[in-house]
Design a protein around this ligand. Sequence first.
Ligand code: XMP
Length: 511
Amino acid sequence: MKHEMVIVLDFGGQYNQLIARRVRECGVYCEVKPYTTPLEELKRMEPIGFLFTGGPNSVYLEDAPRVDPAIFELGVPVLGICYGCQLMAHTLGGRVTAAQADSAREYGKTETFYDTSCRLFQDLPEQGISWMSHGDYMEKVPEGFALTARSAACPNVAIADEKRGFYGVQFHPEVNHTQHGTDMLRNFLYSVCGAKGDWTMGDYKDTAIRQIREQVGSGRVLLALSGGVDSSVAAALLAEAVGSQLTCVFVDHGLMRLREGDEVEAAFAPWDIRFVRVNAEALFLKKLAGVTEPEAKRKIIGEEFIRVFETEAKKIGQVDYLVQGTIYPDVIESGAGNAAVIKSHHNVGGLPDYVDFKEIIEPLRMLFKDEVRQLGRELGLPEYLVSRQPFPGPGLAIRCIGEITKEKLDLLRQADAIFREEVEGAGAAGDQYFAVLTNLRSVGVQGDGRTYDYAVALRSVNTSDFMTADWTRIPYEVLDRVSVRIVNEVPHVNRILYDVTSKPPATVEFE
Ligand code: XMP
């Protein structure tokens, strides 16, 4: 079945993926395409609507990203957001300039007044907060456009040509700070583009299973299972589609959290697949002995992982297909490629060239994380696996600061389990939360004696994209319970610290 398609035309703004996620949350399938995509290709996708994203440029500059003006002749509605709005105005004969007065330049939460007779704002309140981030000003709007929202500083916060179905907003409806932003997107999709909303994960599951069966035939399939959400859901999907032809290799590097390896294994027991668990703890710890530098740890783990996997693959013999758990944000991001590398995330983009296989299958390639989780639920994976917080490929190795030993890892596993249990029990957890074993040792007093032991740091962050994050305001009583339990139950820990730094300037992980 062919889904209704909306195209998010990407002009390089920071919220592009968020726009696409919001559209899909509204039950409408969309894809993100770079603004350089030829019009013919866009037409072939038969979109029912376009969303033009924000972007860092100014439309009046010579080398600013542009669109083929013929896009406005297709009879397909357009919603331009921020740069997308200015670009539409510029292309259709309006005039955009740099805001002269500081007051016309708007950043942050802004009181905004809407004309609710405009289809974009229908059935919504006439007044609300919107999230602005623009330094340019639409001096003259194009012919045929009405002004449909304003703020104190700006008379044309939104413009609309209802006849042609062209809408532009200077603010960002996709971010949570904009009140009713998702409702505005929904209005655009359903009321303007005439969407019916045919995007559900139940449908996706059935279609994906059918496609996998067609593609794979009677071939043999190999999958590297890390225990993370993406590879687990990919494995479940493949198990459902071609279980008897599937081998999952789960490399347990000994850097997992408490009981995690067993949980992963148990989750796959219901399927009739070949499940190989490689207990490689000793091997990894040997390679990591004496290594303290975070990037060196990542590199060693990444390489060793591939090596172990390769050895197992050779034992299995000829495979036809290799499955990767690539998800849509990886696909979109790998196109950009000029952001500074802060940390090398080893599990993005590199799996063995040297395992002999015919083709790669990436069944989650078009899905966002929330959709992957939903698909996992549809497939019957247990909730603890599906709603699992992200866990880095290098595992506890980058949460055990400095040199890694089995003893330190065991302490960390216990402290981490206590922290997770308590914050989850209290409903106080952020989006990612964990304990870190610092390499700080300090003096304490326990019983009547002096101790000189480890400090455990606790970290919990609230974030939607992991690019920026705020620390979670965990209630003091909960922190107190965690602290008392860890120092009592975990040997060689005599001090508990709570990390109150956001990202930036810190990162989520310590290493
Ligand atoms: P940072 O520490 O960069 O983390 O703020 C952002 C998100 O990425 C995860 N992370 C990793 N994931 N391999 C991974 O697969 C890695 O090497 C790695 N380092 C950080 C981190 O847990 C957080 O969710």
